[in-house]
Write a protein that binds this ligand. Sequence first.
Ligand code: JDK
Length: 234
Amino acid sequence: MRIDVVSIFPAFFDALEVSLLGRARGSGILDIRVHDLREWTHDRHRTVDDTPYGGGAGMVMKPEPWGEALDAIAAEAARPPVFVFPSPAGEVFRQSTARELALEPHLVFGCGRYEGIDERVFEYAAERGTVRLVSLGDYVLNGGEVAAMAMIEAIGRLVPGVVGNPESLVEESHEDGLLEYPSYTKPSEWRGRAVPPVLLSGNHGAVAQWRRAQQLERTRSRRPDLLPPAERGE
Ligand code: JDK
């Protein structure tokens, strides 16, 4: 999979060189290229922002550097890519979104700053590929970079060959939308706290039942929105 990232802060993406995704990049499974938007400015101050038409606080990203960036990336592309613009006004990014995007051969992440990007950039991108405005969640970040990093990690780990043990992905794909059960490892007693005895019993049926009950209880208490209305209780 090819991923291009456009940002005025390319250093945010240095962390993509470590861990699982770093290895996948090294092995060529993921071809991730990070671009500095300012490379597509032409003035002395490499200006990327300007005041908003209609007034209001803050600055808006100018369309011209974005137009040149998208042209340069689209010119190299074999097929029209999917343009992902992190935005507080986007559709919410979910595991299902990650699964859809992991099937694409080419993603382009456009990371805005200030109060966002001139709206015409999204219209222009839509003429050169598919555009998705995507929110990481209902809170406001200072720009798209951290959201893009989270999305790239969630998508990248679903690309075949990135995760060393694909069994963990198979398990996830069979998940039922409940929260996970709690996990424990050695020692069996730590600072006066014992591991739940059922997990040491060797009784696989009892373990499965206990884990299921834990999943339901945790989901009811922390994420009742994930349960079907009938099972939500109070
Ligand atoms: C991309 C710029 C910052 C700050 C104004 C007024 C209410 C805020 C944009 N999930 C998520 N959260 N935040 C982002 C995200 C923020 C971004 C950019 C993504 C580019 N910013 C910013 C303030 C506003 N806006 C109405 C919400 C807008 C993604």
